[in-house]
Design a protein around this ligand. Structure first.
Ligand SMILES: [Fe+2]
Length: 136
């Protein structure tokens, strides 16, 4: 697998397990970039979407309990963003079932993830990091 995107320290949210989960997401993005370069198959798209199902269960619930544990005041808003990711993943799965060309679908997935990375992980997740680090 090629490395298109690399995790750097400034992406840290100050909690090592969450950072590891974010790093796993980034390697999934790298896999998707490979699939785009070599022509994505339905199987590859399905595998990526399955990864997100697991990621949603493990990562979102971990992150939400971490915020709850620290009485983070914007937990509800944050959960709504997670819910949007879940909804989007369902839409991608439906599109795949409907037979949308996997090469087109993977480009939508790539765009969505790019925005997720920039707007959610690098901004919204950073907000709980700033809040919690001020408590410590
Ligand atoms: Fe989050």
């Amino acid at each position: 697998m090629s490395t298109y995107f690399r995790w750097i320290e400034s992406m840290s949210v100050g909690e090592s397990d969450i950072d590891k989960q974010h790093q796993r997401l980034l390697s999934q993005v790298n896999k998707i970039e490979d699939a785009i370069s070599f022509g994505a198959t339905s199987k590859e798209v399905a595998e990526a979407l399955e990864f997100f199902d697991k990621y949603i269960q493990e990562h979102f619930s971990y992150e939400e309990s971490y915020m709850k544990e620290h009485n983070y005041p914007y937990l509800e808003e944050h959960k709504k963003e997670h819910e949007n990711f879940i909804k989007n993943n369902s839409l991608f799965k439906e599109a795949l079932k409907r037979g949308l060309n996997p090469r087109e679908l993977i480009l939508d997935v790539e765009t969505y993830l790019g925005q997720w990375w920039m707007k959610h992980i690098c901004k919204v997740d950073k907000k709980y990091h700033d809040f919690i680090s001020e408590l410590e």
